[in-house]
Design a binder for this molecule. Structure first.
Ligand SMILES: [Zn+2]
Length: 467
């Protein structure tokens, strides 16, 4: 039996406007004292009126356009009523009836994931569990600095079929948001996800997951749990669950309410907002080139593969720019993409760095490819050298030169002799002129010398020894 799973995501993205959604408090709260960046509006005092931040609407319109949505010509805010300590007004200002954007889609490897809506709402305060987590804490603290930060909520239809696909979708959406420059990628908590999943029974929602890997883990656990429930003929009830990062399991929090239960009402403190075509077009005209377009352009302009173009464009805008800067000074474009994808990205990931944060620059990166092209270093050696280059940012030619002198010619000769003696088969192949034997021996010598030898010199010594 094929076990069908349907997954939908609600992605909350903290927008990086300067001030909050309905007041002038700063959104820059990362190192602030708890509750210091607050005012009567974001603390929910009676009698204080919210005033909407136009920039947050601009950003949400931009997100809607980028996700292929239709932008509503009129929109308004509603109050979602519930009691929870993170919401001092007892209601959250959000959008329900007419969100800013509706009906877009994102393609994940040929599977079209529909975007139901994109709307704008205020972030609740942050609940801090002292000495533990939600189930073990002794008491709870609240920090209202986060209260009122604008959130764009992107809601998908339940078109996602696997936890892995959910992760891919998140990676794609976050890359688009990064291109739009509407959120701070460096803060993991700036994207929070509610994932709902249904298989045989009712819809289960896993609340407030941060980190794409965690979303995949939480959903994978939930698939297994629901499968075994079905096997044991137990009913899967509609409920809200919490993902525990340490145990990598989900736990039941409460039986799920229905959206209608919140009793949405129009917020009388905020006027309805008319978004005319001129407004929409001015945002459309100022959108940056988005990653899907870049992929198409890279394939056409630089004749690199669709896959390579996708990896480069979706790694981030800085990597896409880096690639194009490299293409200006070196014309073997496919060699650039090959070395970015297979080696540069690995070294950067190893250091948890983006290319823009690293010491890697187009001219020195291209130098590495050039000294390989003209035979100053072998490809094998370049693969070793790139790690040192990414760490230090020193010119690859200078690095190769520096390394060369660490092993004297006499020492190197001795090493090569020893290795040839130990590898009779390779020696025979070498005499027969086989290239892979040559590369094999170079590899062994480099390993034995900790990459401190010049491959050109190794070849010279080898040739002398076998003739
Ligand atoms: Zn405020």
């Amino acid at each position: 039996m094929i076990y069908m799973v349907k997954i939908g995501l609600e992605i909350h993205c903290q927008l990086n406007t300067k001030s909050k959604l309905f007041c002038s408090c700063s959104t820059n709260i990362s190192e602030k004292e708890p509750n210091s960046e607050t005012c009567p509006v974001c603390l929910g005092f009676p009698g204080y009126k919210p005033v909407v931040n136009k920039k947050a609407i601009d950003f949400t319109i931009g997100i809607g356009i980028a996700l292929g949505c239709t932008i509503s010509n009129e929109t308004f805010f509603s109050r979602k009523t519930y009691f929870y300590p993170d919401m001092s007004k007892n209601f959250q200002i959000t959008q329900y009836e007419i969100p800013i954007a509706t009906g877009g889609s994102i393609d994940i490897e040929g599977n079209k994931i529909r975007i139901r809506r994109v709307h704008l709402e205020e972030d609740p305060a942050k609940i801090v569990y002292a000495n533990g987590d939600i189930s073990t804490t002794e008491y709870t603290l609240i920090d209202y600095n986060r209260s009122g930060i604008p959130l764009a909520e992107i809601v998908t239809e339940p078109d996602i079929e696997t936890p892995k696909e959910a992760r891919k979708l998140l990676e794609k959406i976050s890359a688009i948001l990064e291109y739009l420059n509407v959120y701070d990628v460096s803060k993991e908590a700036s994207l929070r996800v509610d994932a709902n999943i249904s298989s045989e029974g009712e819809r289960v929602e896993i609340k407030n997951i941060t980190g794409f890997e965690n979303v995949e883990k939480a959903l994978s656990y939930e698939v297994i749990r629901q499968k075994s429930m079905t096997r044991m003929k137990k009913v899967i009830e509609r409920e809200t669950r919490h993902f525990d990062e340490t145990t990598r399991t989900t736990k039941g929090l409460r039986k799920k309410e229905y959206e209608e239960d919140y009793g949405y009402i129009f917020d009388p403190d905020l006027p309805s907002i008319r978004i005319d075509d001129a407004w929409i077009n001015s945002i459309k005209d100022n959108l940056p080139e988005l990653p899907d377009n870049k992929v198409k352009r890279f394939v056409g302009e630089y004749k690199i593969s669709d896959y390579d173009a996708g990896v480069i464009a979706y790694t981030g805008k800085d990597m896409a720019d880096f690639f194009e800067d490299c293409c200006k000074i070196y014309k073997r474009y496919d060699n650039i993409s090959k070395w970015i994808i297979n080696y540069l990205l690995k070294s950067l990931n190893w250091n948890s760095q983006k290319v823009s944060e690293s010491k890697v620059k187009p001219n020195t990166f291209i130098e590495l490819l050039e000294i390989m092209d003209n035979g100053e270093i072998t490809e094998r050696y370049a693969k070793e050298l790139i790690k040192e280059y990414v760490d230090s940012g020193i010119s690859p030619r200078a690095l190769a030169k520096k390394n060369e002198f660490k092993v004297t010619d006499a020492e190197l000769k001795k090493t090569v002799e020893g290795i040839l003696k130990e590898n009779e088969k390779a020696l025979e192949d070498l005499k027969a002129g086989k290239e892979n034997a040559k590369q094999y021996i170079i590899g062994l010598v480099l390993k034995a010398t900790n990459n401190q030898a010049n491959p050109k010199l190794i070849i010279k010594i080898m040739e002398e020894l076998i003739h």
